[in-house]
Design a protein around this ligand. Structure first.
Ligand code: 5GP
Length: 173
């Protein structure tokens, strides 16, 4: 099932250090809320925020767009909503991967409806060749090619999230 490593542990650590620095600098003068998009964000979220030495609040949202498949179902269902009040607050939306852009766009619309001051996306990975909806990723780890990846929070049918590095799935789409 496991194909070659796409993003090594060393690459992940390097991206985390860089992104934490960039986001921390951007937080100057703000009292932000970090919102993680479950479940894929778990390791990225905790590793990122634990590198940031400033005051922040956290919350999580869960939507489902993929079943036991490696292609998007194209519809997003809200599974778990945030509980914090985001009105007039600066939001960093933390995502594992932006693929077609559908999920993130829906999540952004959902949060925008509650009138935050700003929303900026922090994503570990992006597959720009798959994009169907334009999404502005303010802070990005790295772009990857059009391949289905697993590990470091990313699953295939709820498995493989625990892998410490990011692998390509061996099987064909
Ligand atoms: P989008 O709505 O941008 O097409 O999809 C975003 C969501 O699809 C991600 O949050 C992630 O859960 C899932 N996804 C997209 N590409 C991949 C991938 O290569 N591997 C895994 N495991 N999930 C993916």
């Amino acid at each position: 099932m496991l194909g070659p490593v796409v993003v090594t542990r060393a690459d992940i650590e390097e991206m985390l250090d860089r992104l934490a620095q960039e986001v921390e600098a951007d937080m100057e003068g703000r009292s932000p809320i970090f919102i993680g998009v479950l479940k894929g964000c778990v390791f990225f979220f905790t590793d990122l925020v634990s590198r940031i030495q400033r005051s922040m609040e956290m919350d999580f949202i869960q939507v489902s767009s993929y079943g036991a498949s490696t292609t998007s179902s194209g519809s997003v269902v809200l599974v778990k909503d945030i509980t914090v009040d985001v009105r007039d607050r600066d939001i960093y939306l933390v995502e594992d991967i932006v693929d077609t852009g559908t999920t993130l766009t829906d999540v952004i619309h959902l949060i925008e409806a509650r009138h935050p001051k700003s929303i900026q996306v922090v994503s570990l990975l992006s597959k720009p060749s798959r994009r169907q909806v334009e999404v502005d990723i303010a802070f990005l780890g790295t772009e990857i090619e059009d391949r289905f990846v697993i590990g470091y929070g990313l699953d295939y049918d709820e498995r493989y999230r625990n892998l410490p590095e990011i692998f390509e799935m061996a099987q064909e789409r």
